[in-house]
Design a protein around this ligand. Structure first.
Ligand SMILES: Cc1ncc(COP(=O)(O)O)c(C=O)c1O
Length: 263
């Protein structure tokens, strides 16, 4: 293979003064929106492709007599995807001066959450709680945690379409039984409002899927978890994974706000 360079870049993590002020506790943003593809997804997919490319030489030689085969790369349900996503936590372990008080992620199929748990275990931060945020109508993790087993949602009705997996991965279900995960669900309006505020506060435009994670601050979920005693009052930095997303523009944001009766 010509290059061993990963396809993703190490992204910045920095304190957000606006979010810190709102949350009343130190909030850091891990800017996956600055990946070349605009989202964290390249970590897992890139790792998967690089590994599959190693393997594909053998396959290619075996299959050369036939048509080349296609491989299906699940965007969230494969150990290589989780291992790729875990690099995000490795970077945090290098960049942060102290252990995070919590990590906030959006959940679709659960690949990001799986990778974050794997990363936390690798850097000996397995006791760092995760706040897992979904939107109503794409709340497959929340439904599963309430039922105590995997649940298939009848349909996806949320505008956060990239969270639109009707069922989370079995690994996610297993991990929420082993790791402290607080599952939270916000409305589409809350997710889109978070996107809107984040553009003003940080000048970064993200998808509603990412707005869901940002709602942890904008909809005061961190404060609520603290008042419920689930998160400590004196908390290390809360890291919001700004997972990014490309399926957004200022025009699309305007349309979403109109559709949701927000303007
Ligand atoms: C921007 C964004 N955030 C969050 C997710 C959810 O990730 P996962 O399916 O790994 O839970 C996705 C999935 O496509 C996404 O594009």
């Amino acid at each position: 293979m010509k290059t061993q360079k990963p396809l993703h870049v190490a992204t910045p993590v920095r304190q957000s003064l606006a979010l810190t002020k709102l949350a009343g506790t130190s909030v850091y943003i891990k800017l996956e929106s600055s990946q070349p593809t605009g989202s964290f997804k390249i970590r897992g997919i890139g790792h998967f492709c690089k590994t599959a490319l190693n393997e594909s030489i053998e396959f290619g030689m075996q299959l050369v007599a036939n048509n080349p085969g296609w491989i299906f790369i699940s965007p969230f349900d494969d150990p290589l995807i989780w291992e790729g996503h875990s690099s995000l936590v490795m970077e945090l372990a290098v960049d942060l001066e102290e252990k995070p008080g919590a990590i906030v992620v959006s959940v679709g199929g659960g690949g990001l959450l799986n990778g974050v748990v794997e990363g936390l275990r690798r850097v000996n931060w397995a006791d760092v709680p995760i706040v897992a945020v979904e939107t109503y109508g794409a709340h497959s993790l929340n439904a599963a945690m309430k039922a105590g087993k995997l649940v298939t949602l009848p349909a996806i009705t949320s505008v956060a379409t990239t969270l639109g997996l009707v069922r989370v991965s079995a690994q996610t279900m297993k991990l929420v039984g082993e790791h402290t995960v607080f599952s939270e669900v916000v409305s589409d309006q809350e997710a889109v409002r978070a996107v809107d505020h984040f553009v003003d506060d940080e000048k970064i435009l993200v998808e509603p899927a990412c707005g869901a994670a940002l709602s942890a601050v904008y909809s005061h979920i961190i404060r609520k978890l603290q008042s419920e005693g689930k998160l400590a009052e004196e908390l290390g930095p809360v890291v919001v994974v700004v997972c990014g997303g490309n399926n957004i523009s200022m025009e699309e944001l305007r349309k979403l706000k109109k559709k949701l009766g927000m303007m």
